[in-house]
Every structure is written in structure tokens, then in C-alpha cells.
Design a protein around this ligand. Structure first.
Ligand code: THU
Length: 129
């Protein structure tokens, strides 16, 4: 799958976003090492702290289906600027694959690509200090 195809899946996933509070729809498409793709969208809640990001929805879907290794994640936000993963998502993704590529798209279609490791150097791990 090309980067552009994965980004298109992320953009489609954003259409399912439940974001009545921020009005900011996010979609993610997570590619597993074996090629399966899981998508996710942000799911907000009136108790705002109970909101879940698109990236973690995609990751938790994949983990719950037995996947553990990931090669890329595409993130699409309806914003003028590139939609970068929040700190919590960087930490949770890094639990599994620090070398995955993170494709960050903006509404107009452009994207930037990073290694997860470069977005969260020295990620927390139990017992790593
Ligand atoms: N959001 C994501 O889905 N992913 C991120 O990495 C950052 C933020 C969502 C959460 C919330 O629904 C909305 O964007 C505004 O913060």
C-alpha cells in the first residue's frame, strides 16, 4: 500500500469521528507489519477527559485483534496544518513499534513523515532509566 492510499483511509475514517465539542475530526489508519490495516477516529465525550484520540482507537482495535507490530500510521485532521499525534498517542504507540513511520496529513492533502522514535525520543518504559 502506498503512503497516499493509507492517508486516504485515514481521511475516510475521519468521516466517522464523533466530535461535537471540538468540531475537530481526526482519522487514523494503522498498518500492521503483516499488512492488515486498522482505522480509527476520535470519539469525544461530554466528560471531556474521557475523549479518545483517533490513533489510539486504531491501535486498540489492532491490539484487540492480536496484532503487536506496526509499520506505519497515517493521521488526517481537518486542519490547515499537519495533524501531529498528541503526546499520549506517541507514548502508547511507542509501546509497540518505535520504528514505525508516522504520516501526518493536513486537510489540503499534503503530509509530512517522521519515525515515531524521532517524535518521542527516550519514551518511558517500565524499568528504563
Ligand atoms: N485528537 C486526536 O484524535 N488525535 C490527536 O493526536 C490529538 C487530538 C482529537 C481529540 C479531540 O477529539 C480533538 O482531536 C481535539 O483535541
Amino acid at each position: 500500500m502506498t503512503d497516499r492510499e493509507l492517508l486516504n483511509l485515514a481521511r475516510s475514517a475521519a468521516e466517522s469521528a464523533y466530535a461535537p465539542y471540538s468540531r475537530f475530526k481526526v482519522g487514523a489508519a494503522l498498518e500492521c507489519a503483516g499488512g492488515r490495516v486498522f482505522t480509527g477516529c476520535n470519539v469525544e465525550n461530554s466528560a471531556l477527559g474521557s475523549t479518545m484520540c483517533a490513533e489510539r482507537v486504531a491501535l486498540f482495535k489492532a491490539i484487540s485483534e492480536g496484532e503487536r507490530h506496526f509499520s506505519r500510521i497515517a493521521i488526517y485532521g481537518e486542519s490547515e496544518d499537519y495533524c501531529m499525534p498528541c503526546g499520549a498517542c506517541r507514548q502508547v504507540l511507542s509501546e509497540f513499534s518505535q520504528d514505525m513511520e508516522v504520516l501526518c496529513a493536513k486537510a489540503s492533502g499534503g503530509y509530512v513523515s517522521y519515525k515515531l522514535r524521532s517524535l518521542l525520543p527516550h519514551a518511558f518504559r517500565l524499568g528504563s532509566y
